[in-house]
Design a protein around this ligand. Structure first.
Ligand SMILES: [Zn+2]
Length: 174
């Protein structure tokens, strides 16, 4: 079996940033998926589920109300490995084009005060599992990282050979 595209990058080489994950054509429309990576996979602790959940709610609400982005946003949601988020947008912007809105959204998250939007039993599948202070802390850390990071490294995955099976090793490697 081939790995799906988002698994086929060598995760031991990934650093935080904003990376194009896949481009899909649906009829006449193109949609682009980006990995919004906050943590180095397998090298630093993942984001706690409750903080992840709060960031999902607050950033989604921000993007879905944003005058420029609300009509372009298809999806915003957490990665199962808890090291980042996926954002799917209409069209084919480059990862660097996503930088201003991602920075803006996480800055908003880092300064957010008040009730977490949608954190009610009517609107959420686990409304008690939220952690606003940790979500703000993680967002502030990511904003700081994105602001100071080497821009030549945070929009493109390292050019390693793409993996095919079993972490790059053949299944029957002896
Ligand atoms: Zn929820």
């Amino acid at each position: 079996m081939d790995l799906i595209p988002s698994f086929s990058v060598d995760h031991t080489k990934i650093i935080p940033g904003i990376f194009e994950s896949r481009v899909d054509t649906l009829g006449a429309e193109t949609v682009t998926t980006f990995d919004v990576r906050l943590k180095r996979p397998n090298r630093e602790p993942e984001i706690a589920p409750a903080a992840m959940h709060t960031m999902e709610h607050v950033v989604a609400t921000y993007l879905r109300n944003h005058p420029e982005w609300k009509d372009k946003l298809i999806y915003w949601g957490p990665m199962g490995c808890l090291t980042g988020f996926y954002i799917i947008v209409k069209g084919r912007p480059a990862a660097a084009d996503m930088y201003p809105i991602i920075l803006e959204a996480f800055r908003y998250m880092s300064e957010y005060e008040g009730e977490v939007p949608g954190a009610t039993p009517e609107n959420c599948g686990k409304y008690l599992m939220h952690d606003l202070p940790m979500a703000k802390w993680e967002a502030e850390r990511y904003v700081d990282y994105l602001t100071h990071a080497d821009k030549s490294r945070i929009f493109e995955y390292p050019k390693t050979e793409r993996l095919k099976v079993n972490g790059g090793r053949e299944f029957f490697d002896s």
